[in-house]
Design a protein around this ligand. Structure first.
Ligand code: H2U
Ligand code: ZN
Length: 342
């Protein structure tokens, strides 16, 4: 029934709905675009503001770093010293509050030409270790920090300003709405049913099997039942971790493994460096226990049918709700067919 009939699926983490129209995806797959050969990028670009030794906007100079390198964003969207103020007028119709925060940039490697699928497991472990340290240090240095949002924009299509492998970290004084929705949904589930929402969901996905893309001893990547983006994935730890602070060495190594293998499959899907926004959701660092919160990563890639054909979130989706044709099950199957070599 659900394989052929238009239906909607509810996102268990946010409560939002997605319309699925499987009958429209019945036409045969036209894909198999030939692999675009990429000009080999140089490992050092004198014009890159992230390469070792180069000058950044504002005059700071990068050190000759050899592993990862983190620095305060020179164009930070949030500032740690924003004075407290609020505006509340017209019976709450007009409402604003100042927001304190810190923005960081993390270079994954000194090598300008690399990207996640081409970094070694050891190099990716260093990246994850930097995320752990950054999370801990931001919370320690700024006691008002409640949310540490780590995200990577890959590719021009997703707004990345530079191909040098890097991510951003925004740490806020308030918990952002997307994270808030996930906290509330997970808390509600734990109160009503006991246990962790994502543990229950993961057990179900492993039994069903059809949306699982890859797994290893500590992590599983699935195209979530409620995926909005065509090849969206959710990377879930088997153990109930709340954030970067809970990762054991084996979980760091295997997170590196699943990130590398998943992004290699993405790159092989249309034969191009696959654009995406990815990021981690971890429990707020507000001193609360957050026992129901289950750490995870989201990958949101925009491509639909080829390197050029992307999904647009327009029309009905802007005004009503997101919609998809290719089912999450079919997307997972296509990702399972890909090679992991890059
Ligand atoms: P994105 O590629 O995801 O935009 O991340 C790059 C960040 O680097 C971006 O937020 C910052 C931009 O503000 N940046 C610096 O901090 N210094 C620079 O010299 C240029 C860009
Ligand atoms: Zn560079």
């Amino acid at each position: 029934m659900f394989a052929e009939t238009p239906h909607r699926r509810r996102n268990a983490l946010t409560g939002e709905w997605v319309l699925v129209s499987p009958h429209r995806a019945k036409r045969p797959w036209l894909g198999q675009v030939e692999r675009k050969t990429q000009p080999p990028a140089a490992s050092y670009d004198p014009a890159c503001y992230l390469c070792p030794g180069n000058e950044r906007a504002g005059g700071a100079r990068n050190p000759d770093y050899t592993s990862t390198f983190a620095f305060d964003n020179d164009f930070a969207a949030l500032l740690p010293d924003a004075p407290a103020a609020r505006r509340d007028e017209l019976a709450g119709i007009i409402h604003a509050e100042t927001e304190r925060g810190v923005c960081r940039v993390v270079c994954f490697s000194p090598n300008h030409a690399l990207s996640v699928p081409r970094l070694s497991i050891g190099e990716l472990e260093a990246v994850i270790q930097t995320w752990i340290t950054e999370t801990r240090d931001l919370a320690a240095r700024y006691p008002w920090v409640r949310s540490v949002q780590i995200f990577e924009n890959r590719g021009e299509m997703m707004g990345a300003s530079n191909p040098h492998p890097h991510c951003q970290i925004w740490a806020n004084a308030t918990v952002p709405p997307e994270l808030r929705r996930e906290i509330d949904m997970q808390e509600r589930h734990s109160l009503q049913h006991g246990g962790s929402l994502l543990t229950a969901y993961l057990t179900w996905e492993l039994r069903e099997g059809e949306r699982v893309v890859i797994e290893n001893p500590c992590w599983v990547a699935v195209v979530p039942y409620w995926a909005v983006w065509p090849f969206e994935t959710l990377v879930i730890p088997r153990r109930h971790l709340r954030g970067f602070g809970d990762l054991e060495p084996e979980e760091i190594r295997t997170l590196a493994d699943i990130m590398k293998r998943l992004t290699a499959r993405y790159d092989n899907l249309f034969g191009v460096p696959f654009p995406y926004t990815m990021g981690f959701h971890q429990a707020p660092l507000d001193g609360g226990e957050h026992a129901s919160f289950h750490f995870h990563a989201h990958y949101y890639p925009p491509l639909l049918r080829s390197a050029e054909v992307r999904k647009f979130m327009v029309g009905y989706e802007m005004l009503a709700q997101p919609q998809r044709d290719i089912t999450p099950e079919a997307a997972a199957e296509r990702l399972r067919q890909q090679s992991e070599s890059v």
